[in-house]
Design a protein around this ligand. Sequence first.
Ligand SMILES: [Cu+2]
Length: 491
Amino acid sequence: MVEASMQRRDFLRLAGVAAAGTPLAAQQMQMPPMAGMPPIPGTPPVGMPELSGAEFNLRIAPVQVELAPNRIISTIGYNGTSPGPLLRMKEGVPVTVNVTNDTDVPEYVHFHGLLIPSDVDGAEVEGTPFVPPHGKRSYKFTPTPAGTRWYHTHVMAMDDLHRGGYTGMFGFLVVDGANNPGKYDQEHYLALRDWEPYFTNTLMDNDDLDPLAAKPEKPAVLDTRPPGLEVTADIYSINDKALGAGEPIRVKPGERVLFHFLNASAIESRHLALPGHKFNVVALDGNPVPTPAAVDVLMLGPGERIDAWVAMTQPGVWILGAPEDPVREGGLGIVIEYANQRRTPQWVTPPRSVWDYTIFGKPGVVPAPAEKLDMVFEKVPRGAGKFNSFTVNGTVFPREQEFTLKQGTRYRLTFHNRTDDSHPMHLHRHQLELVEIYGKATSGVIKDTVVVPTYGRASVDFTADQPGLTMFHCHIQHHMDYGFKALLRYA
Ligand SMILES: [Cu+2]
């Protein structure tokens, strides 16, 4: 035990040096080897508080997140932690979520991926009432459908990097259905996060892995005006711990471990790999896929979830983490430790791979539904000191950017991404069936957030069966705040 702890401390020290390039190492040598509490026997070592039942209480208040010794983040969270508690609900059983807001500003709690009415969905433009500063509000709804969902703040941040999605206000929300997801020896909920965001003029596009990808929406003449501000970060964690600072996930050879991943970042897509192991993807955004498939590398845009199990067949001590060295060394990873293995956690760069939603779908073309809506995404470079703005069909929200739906009608939304970045596009209160992306047709992949590739095109179908105002937006906070959203209104 002592030996293992020493190794973890050494490893943390290395990670700290690589990430920060500062005298952190010297300080960490004087710190106790272990951050946080030892695991309780019989419970998974990695996780967050779990609440279940029909009534849930969430308290919004300042929290400190100890990512590692000497790396403590001051932010806002739920119930004193970030991520907040895992909310476990039963499909079809009504719940009440009582929210107390112990901050000085109005808040919204959005229940991401649930098919619930506008007045409890948690979005200002849909007409959900806010939780007043130092006040309370209860959200009552019937959770559906089953699967890995999440909840998070849904306020605008604009140029305040301590507001909205930049804070620690996020957590898993799991809706248990009648169907058992399968037999697994362990189950872990892992949220990917970045911290202490800052402004940049450089586009950090790490999510376009395939340089050969078709770019059907690339304009013939590119906009060469000087770029404006974007947001980035270089401190990362999985749940509340940087790589090496928390307890490892302890496994035994032959175990099947089910992971529920969430990219809770407000700014960037992320990749994940586990050397020597494959991820068997069974659900995207909480929805079972028609064709489960094994991949070396996962990709999650902000807001997306992936459920994947791993067969533990390579005894050793490994890093489950981001393939990009600066991201992993900046904290985005967690140690997987096989029983009776004592060594420094190992990292091996994964084979080059391209993320492709369509491998999890059914082949075949979905017949075009009755109605089609086209959305053209463009970026307006604003130059030094100003945020870029983003338009849908030529305008920034809220002018003219409304789409009218006929109840009961099936629609095809086609996204034309004419920007030099990919965008995780999220439709509230509805489920999207992916029908075309990367120039490939597919069917049966049901999502609520779809990453539309750089200069790429994607089409999704949905049925207008949830009357009420419906928000559609990019899940990158500053894109959403600076115009990249629309409102769908039922006629
Ligand atoms: Cu975006």
